[in-house]
Design a protein around this ligand. Structure first.
Ligand code: CDP
Ligand code: MG
Length: 141
C-alpha cells in the first residue's frame, strides 16, 4: 500500500457556479478521502507563493489574479497513490484536451482561468502545498 496525501484546490470558476459538491462527490466516488478542507479567499501574496514555479510565465499575473477573484476550497485528499490518482481524475491542464469523464473535461472551460481544479504533481509538491494551507492538527485520520 502506498497511502499518500495530496492537495486539491477547487478553483473560483467552480465555486462561482455552485458546483463545489459535485467535485467533492467525484473525489469520494473515485476512492479519495477528504482528510482536511477549508474555504478561503486567497490573497495575492499566497497565490503567488503557491504558484511560485510559474512566476516567469506569461500567464502568471492573470492566473494568480483569477485565483483571488472568488473563494476557493482547499482540500487535503488521502488515498492509495493519491497524487497520481488525483491527477488522473482531474485530467489535462487544458479542459479541451482532457479525457472525457475527467473533472476538467466536465467542469472546466478553458486553460486560462477556468480549469476547475488544482492538484499537486509530485510528493514534494504535495508536501509543500499541504503545509501552505493546513496545520498538521487540521488534517484528520
Ligand atoms: O494545473 P496544472 O498542474 O495541470 O498545470 P500547470 O502547468 O502547473 O499550470 C498551473 C495553472 O496555470 C493551470 O492549472 C492553469 O490555471 C494556468 N495556466 C494558464 O493559465 N495557461 C497556460 N498556458 C498554462 C497554465
Ligand atoms: Mg501544476
Amino acid at each position: 500500500m502506498n497511502i499518500e496525501r495530496t492537495l486539491s484546490i477547487i478553483k473560483p470558476d467552480v465555486t462561482k457556479k455552485n458546483q463545489i459538491g459535485e467535485i467533492i462527490n467525484v473525489f469520494e466516488k473515485r476512492g479519495l478521502s477528504i482528510v482536511g478542507m477549508k474555504m478561503i479567499r486567497l490573497t495575492p501574496q499566497l497565490a503567488e507563493t503557491f504558484y511560485q514555479e510559474h512566476n516567469t510565465k506569461s500567464f502568471f499575473k492573470g492566473m494568480t489574479e483569477f485565483m483571488c477573484s472568488s473563494p476557493v476550497v482547499v482540500i487535503c485528499l488521502k488515498g492509495e497513490n493519491a497524487i497520481k490518482l488525483n491527477r488522473e481524475i482531474m485530467g489535462a491542464t487544458d479542459p479541451q484536451e482532457a479525457k472525457v469523464g475527467t473533472i476538467r473535461r466536465t467542469y472546466g472551460e478553458s486553460i486560462d482561468n477556468a480549469n476547475a481544479v488544482h492538484g499537486s504533481d509530485s510528493p514534494q509538491a504535495a508536501e509543500r502545498e499541504i503545509k501552505l494551507f493546513f496545520q498538521e492538527e487540521e488534517i484528520f485520520f
